[in-house]
Design a protein around this ligand. Structure first.
Ligand SMILES: [Zn+2]
Length: 412
């Protein structure tokens, strides 16, 4: 299957020799190389490649225009991320085109393969930035001013990549061309390993978000400053991390503090500032709010107790996403037709992970396929899909696309 060649060509791009994890950050070296890999693969297939105003890539099979079926994912990674989150959907889309052509299938309407930029928010902090810009969920002025860890703006990075940042913004023309979007993605849990299915279909995406917290204290000497004289921001920060965990357990939600910046970050100096990010997700909005407000309360109270100032603000939030039920059931039926009868119905899986498909779903009928991940681990070098499951994913995607492409535009 052509998937293996595509995957082998992409595998070394941005992979750390030490950890085996990936470092692909938007508009920087490895991400640029991964985009070049896609561009070459599209050209080799005679697809018409376009870069949209926000830097997303679109490779068209058939004349670009309305009524299109779209599929794809992203190529950027979290720091030291896994190989599959994003790239599996892109490589599978390309391989599905090959599969459909081998079948001698002729689409009745255009197919377009998309690669969204900055899905992970790994460089500029806002996840699904490419799709959020396209749908207008984030404004161009805010996006252009976003900065990476070294202060480079989105505007500057985009210009350095040879693209025009002036054009950034909503793209209703592009959206109006898409009749349906299907994203294939590695599963970010172990549900399919438990049910014994290589491929599942997405249910809802939990509401989720990122909140930035700043604890501002006073720098001082670790040896000479009496404990009672300190304004040490690490202490309320520590309380807050533990509270996030406890609140998530109490509410059946997820809460994580995985990123923090400590100033000045010296061994023998009490810090003046701790900036940290809370990532929280829950099955419904009320539960999510309860967790986040609970964390805020503890952060404020413990900051006050230690004479530390505290602020907390949402950097991005995503409401509950319910994918189109018609489309979801249609995918499940198509995928189920290939599965062994003994396997039982194709699982419909809710997830706590955000995706471009979730952002698009408010504008275009959208669905997702998940490919089994035996480790259940994601955003880590341990993330994995067996080669035979990746192949099953390609075939499932090809079946689904064939079903959708067999009829002219206007279906959803
Ligand atoms: Zn992803």
């Amino acid at each position: 299957m052509s998937f293996d060649r595509l995957w082998a060509d992409l595998a070394p791009v941005g992979r750390s020799a030490d950890s085996g994890g990936y470092h692909r950050y938007t508009w920087a070296g490895a991400d640029t190389d991964a985009r070049a890999w896609f561009t070459e693969a599209a050209a080799a297939r005679g697809l018409d490649l376009r870069t949209d105003r926000n830097g997303n890539l679109w490779a068209w099979w058939g004349t670009p225009g309305p009524g299109a079926v779209a599929t794809g994912s992203h190529l950027d990674s979290v720091p030291d991320g896994g190989a599959f989150d994003g790239p599996l959907g892109v490589a599978s889309a390309l391989a599905a085109v090959d599969e459909l052509r081998e079948r001698g299938f002729t689409p009745a309407r255009p197919l377009v393969l998309g690669v969204f930029v900055e899905e992970e928010g790994g460089r500029f902090g806002v996840p699904c930035l490419g799709s959020r810009l396209t749908t207008g969920e984030i404004g161009p002025a805010r996006a252009r001013a976003l900065t990476d860890a070294s202060g480079v703006t989105w505007e500057r990075a985009m210009a350095d990549a040879g693209l025009d940042p002036e054009g950034v913004g909503p793209d209703p023309e592009l959206l109006s061309r898409l009749d349906v979007f299907v994203e294939l993605h590695v599963e970010q849990g172990r549900a399919l390993e438990d049910t014994g299915h290589p491929v599942g279909v997405a249910g809802a995406i939990w509401p989720h978000g990122r909140w930035r917290m700043d604890f501002t204290g006073r720098a001082d000497h670790a040896g000479t400053t009496r404990l009672e004289d300190r304004n040490d921001p690490m202490l309320p920060f520590a309380h807050t991390i533990l509270a996030a965990r406890a609140l998530a357990e109490q509410h059946g939600a997820r809460a994580t503090v995985a990123k923090s910046l400590i100033t000045p970050n010296g061994t023998n100096a009490i810090p003046s500032l701790v900036s940290a990010w809370l990532d929280a997700r829950a099955a419904d909005q009320a539960t999510l709010s309860a967790v986040v407000e609970g964390v805020r309360e503890v952060a404020e109270r413990t900051a006050r107790e230690h004479g530390v100032a505290h602020t907390m603000a949402a950097e991005s939030t995503t409401p509950l996403v319910e994918f189109s039920h018609d489309l979801r059931d249609r995918l499940a039926a198509v995928v189920g037709a290939r599965a062994a009868e003994s396997a039982g119905p194709v699982p419909i899986l809710p997830t706590g992970a955000g995706h471009d498909a979730g952002v698009l779903s408010a504008h275009v009928p959208t669905a997702m396929l998940y490919v089994r991940n035996p480790t259940g681990v994601s955003h880590s070098p341990q993330e994995w899909a067996r080669p035979e499951d990746s192949h099953a994913g390609v075939l499932a995607l090809a079946d689904v696309l064939q079903d959708l492409l067999a009829v002219p535009g206007g279906v959803s």
